[in-house]
Design a protein around this ligand. Structure first.
Ligand SMILES: Nc1ncnc2c1ncn2[C@@H]1O[C@H](COP(=O)(O)OP(=O)(O)OP(=O)(O)O)[C@@H](O)[C@H]1O
Length: 589
């Protein structure tokens, strides 16, 4: 089924609803409220479900949108259509200021931070004289087109649902793009995204602003729907409720935001209307029952109702295969005469009293496979992290083609043409293999968020996906291209990581335990691929515990023990080196 067909059908159904004969006006009011809530929830889908940034403070951004238009239309007589950009701008600017502080927080501090400013802004709205303090602002004019005033709920219905549909389309376009993949990669932690050039603070700020602008749009519509505004709908409780809406619907899914809004708004309405009859007018009971029902719902569908429903559909949306003939210009390569590609000179890394890497020096030549081996805790992964900019060295230097880059950020290291895989696989499990691998080509694309939202990125996108598809074919996973990464075996996921690293078109490939979890045949195929890459001009530095694999494949082996280099040489020399034998036997004993 074509991907856009369900959206067109949905739009037609929503457009037809107000024309149903004898449609109770109350239902239209409910649908208006659902639309307003869906706009905020959609922003939260992107922020929390996709980007992994939990926010309890979204209601405050609705407040910015609502109060901006309320002030400008009532005090300055501006047309509501002119206040729309102003409302979005004020919400966006507020998000920039709050986001610059908030997105740097991590773990529990991030949601706590959003609660703090959510509460703070609520009190600000209720204390400022020009916002009408607790009473708010009334007599806000309705939206109008010519002499047609959208006073009744059936009229503003169209404005609200056109906004919801446009927001859904723009959000889906954004997610289905280079920038969208970067945002989705955030959920797996910043290290994996940064290794492929994603500017994670910028990506986080982008989703923060985007979510705030959608909330501001909802606030603007709300102000002209209610024609009055006060602080209550923009407080902490409303912020928590919006998060509920997103989670119940399915926090990672655009349409989950719409469905969640429908479930929560309708459920609340039913409970408020009927529970007083059941319990004889006892106050507040609906809040308790509402909470219990939502918890039960989440037991049934832990990732939200939308994915639960989609998994039960008899048909699946069809995915278009990328056209692999589309070229992506290769990155510049080192001249054929180059000898040493990577030089590590007395690299040192201390964690407090632990010397994880102790003045280690070695090099990797052009077109060479070097293995870095050593017992557990020898400092191999730390060395990888020093080379890739994840850790800053305590001393020494690292250079590529003679240029020192020891203190570069991971994004800059990726730009130099160094890409990597991880000891603990860092793929986004609910993204397809193709989408995961395409993150590797991030630096080779150009399209930004705005171009993606308006589908102006298609040529760029087609080239990135073509490159990803070629690399997936190259590593032998062509038949898994549309599978979710999380559904593959661990060994296959490691191979997907190699394809992602190859998408960088690197001159140096760093592989952290690539053969772990692979079967014998798969290891042989991997070795053949790595030899082919080397013969094609790439250098490979790999950490591996499988000695058979290493000794068969590597041109040279560097051995670490307790952070210190104890040997270096050809596989044959290393196999018989007494220091190495002692280190390994010592470790085994
Ligand atoms: N972030 C950290 N903080 C403190 N100590 C650390 C940190 N990272 C690594 N270490 C220590 O540095 C030493 C080297 O660790 P590293 O992970 O580099 O070893 P490895 O050779 O990769 O081991 P393995 O083969 O088990 O992965 C270990 O003693 C480890 O405990």
């Amino acid at each position: 089924m074509p991907q856009r067909l369900p959206i067109i059908l949905f739009a037609l159904v929503m457009a037809a609803i107000p024309f149903i004969p004898d449609m109770p006006p109350f239902w239209i009011v409910l649908l208006d409220n659902i639309g307003l809530s869906a706009l905020v929830a959609m922003g939260l889908v992107l922020l929390t479900g996709v980007g992994g940034l939990t926010s309890f403070g979204q209601a405050a951004f609705c407040g910015f949108g609502a109060y901006t238009t309320a002030v400008l239309t009532t005090a300055y007589g501006m047309s509501p259509w002119l206040t729309l950009p102003a409302s979005l701008l004020v919400s966006g600017l507020a998000a920039v200021l709050l986001g610059l502080v908030t997105v740097r927080l991590s773990g529990h501090y991030l949601p706590l931070g959003t609660i703090a400013w959510g509460l703070g802004l609520f009190y600000l709205f209720s204390k400022l004289e020009f916002l009408g303090r607790n009473d708010g602002i009334s007599a806000i004019p309705p939206l109008s087109i010519g002499s047609f005033k959208m006073i009744d709920p059936g009229a503003i219905y169209f404005a609200i649902w056109i906004a919801v549909l446009l927001a859904a389309l723009l959000t889906m376009n954004l997610l289905d793009s280079r920038t969208g993949r970067a945002i989705r990669a955030l959920r797996r932690g910043h290290i994996a995204a940064e290794a492929f050039g994603v500017q994670t603070p910028r990506a986080k700020l982008l989703v923060f602003i985007y979510a705030a602008v959608l909330a501001g749009l909802s606030g603007w519509l709300y102000a002209h729907f209610q024609r009055a505004t006060n602080p209550t709908p923009f407080g902490a409780q409303a912020g928590i409720e919006y998060l509920f809406v997103a989670v119940v619907g399915g926090a990672g899914y655009v349409w989950g935001g719409v469905l969640g809004a429908a479930i929560v708004v309708i459920l609340k309405e039913i409970l408020q209307s009927y529970l007083p009859y059941v319990f004889g007018g006892q106050g507040q009971l609906e809040t308790i029952v509402f909470g219990i029902l939502l918890v039960l719902l989440l037991q049934l569908a832990p990732t939200g109702v939308w994915p639960w429903l989609v998994a039960r559909l008899p048909f699946k949306p069809s995915r278009k295969r990328p056209d692999t003939s589309l070229p992506l210009p290769p990155r510049p390569k080192p001249p054929a005469s180059v000898g040493v590609l990577l030089q590590i000179d007395n690299a040192r890394k201390q964690f407090g009293g632990v010397v994880a890497v102790n003045d280690v020096s070695f090099d990797v030549q052009a077109r060479e496979i070097v293995a870095l081996i050593g017992p557990n805790g020898a400092g191999k992964s730390t060395t990888f992290n020093l080379i890739t900019g994840v850790l800053r060295p305590t001393g020494g230097s690292i250079s590529i083609l003679g240029n020192k880059f020891g203190h570069a950020r991971p994004q800059q290291v990726a730009k130099l043409g160094i890409s990597r895989t991880f000891q603990h696989v860092k793929l986004v499990p609910d993204m397809t293999v193709l989408e995961n691998v395409a993150i590797g080509a991030h630096l080779r694309g150009r399209a930004g968020a705005l171009a993606s939202m308006f589908r102006l990125d298609r040529t760029d996108e087609a080239r990135l996906l073509a490159e990803a598809a070629r690399q997936i074919e190259r590593v032998g996973l062509g038949d898994q291209i549309d599978a979710l990464a999380g559904s593959l075996s661990l060994g296959q996921q490691r191979i997907v990581e190699i394809a992602r690293a190859l998408c960088v078109d690197p001159m140096l490939l760093l592989l952290d335990e690539p053969a772990a979890g692979l079967r014998h045949m798969e290891k042989q195929q991997l070795a053949a691929l790595l030899r082919q890459l080397r013969d094609g001009g790439m250098s490979v530095l790999l950490v591996e515990h499988d000695m058979g694999f290493v000794m068969d494949l590597a041109d040279r082996v560097v051995v670490l023990d307790f952070g210190t280099k104890i040997a270096e040489g050809t596989p044959d020399a290393i196999k018989t080196n007494p220091e190495v034998i002692k280190a390994y036997l010592g470790a085994a004993a």
